[in-house]
Design a protein around this ligand. Structure first.
Ligand SMILES: *C/C=C(C)/C=C/C=C(C)/C=C/C1=C(C)CCCC1(C)C
Length: 257
């Protein structure tokens, strides 16, 4: 038994791969933000907002990684003390689900804004932006309910969430995003939109795979092999920094012309 006022060492333990990715994630997001903010001066005026948004996405994530890392380590220390610390009694789930979804609710719509900003010179309307944001809100609200509010219906909410994801993939593959890129006749833009679409289709697939590791979901039997936070952390680094780099690459080559 550990009394409530015991000093707990909430620190990264050797071999904690998931904990390690919280630290690396924080630093990678921070460094990427500095990079995107400074590189704004290298691109033409019409791309500066796109780079600003790339930097905001990684900066918002960096701030949330700071909190998520703390939450995760404290929860592990609390559980290691037999679930008795901080005046709390009982084991806690070390997944920082709340912070995770607050972060996604801010950053995923901003990723939709990136599509809109790239296509704006080619006639993208605000209606497209709101449609994409609507899909992402559906995806995230349903995912949150399935993870935190009604975990007993995790599959149902996962299916509803997937409809939102499918909407974004559709827009970027065959819908108006893809159509506008095609009609622009600009190979540089088409390339960027195709790469962003690949992130949304392949890179974002990491998240539903992590979600399916939850008890009662389709991959639950693998939850001892893979950790949901490990997958989400890898997904975030790949997708947020990768998205920003595609936008950066397109803005740099368009500015050199
Ligand atoms: C930077 C954060 C990003 C790009 C987060 C993306 C999150 C998703 C694509 C989540 C998708 C989900 C499903 C498609 C079904 C199960 C529930 C979610 C929310 C994990």
């Amino acid at each position: 038994m550990v009394p409530n006022n015991t000093f707990l060492m909430a620190s990264l333990q050797p071999g904690d791969v998931t904990g390690f990715t919280f630290f690396v994630g924080l630093m990678a997001m921070f460094a990427a933000s500095v990079f995107f903010f400074f590189e704004r001066s290298q691109v033409d005026g019409k791309w500066k907002t796109s780079l600003l948004v790339s930097g905001l996405i990684t900066m918002i994530a960096a701030a949330h990684y700071y909190y998520m890392r703390d939450y995760y380590l404290n929860a592990l220390a609390h559980n290691a003390a037999g679930g008795l610390s901080f005046g709390m009694d009982g084991f806690v789930n070390p997944s920082p689900t709340q912070f995770r979804y607050i972060d996604w609710t801010l950053t995923v719509p901003l990723m939709c804004v990136e599509f809109y900003l790239l296509l704006k010179p080619y006639g993208a309307k605000q209606g497209l932006l709101w449609k994409m944001i609507g899909y992402s809100v559906l995806m995230l609200v349903a995912g949150y309910i399935g993870e935190a509010v009604q975990p007993e219906s995790t599959i149902l909410w996962g299916v509803i969430s997937t409809l939102g994801w499918a909407g974004i993939v559709y827009e970027a593959t065959a819908g108006s995003v893809a159509g506008m890129a095609r009609e622009s006749g600009d190979a540089n833009l088409q390339n960027a939109i195709r790469l962003l679409r690949n992130f949304v289709l392949v890179g974002w697939a990491i998240y539903p795979i992590g979600y399916m590791l939850m008890p009662g979901n389709l991959l639950a039997s693998y939850s001892g092999t893979f950790n949901i936070d490990l997958l989400y952390n890898i997904g975030d680094a790949v997708n947020k920094i990768g998205f920003g780099l595609v936008v950066y690459q397109m803005a740099i080559s368009a500015s050199k012309k």
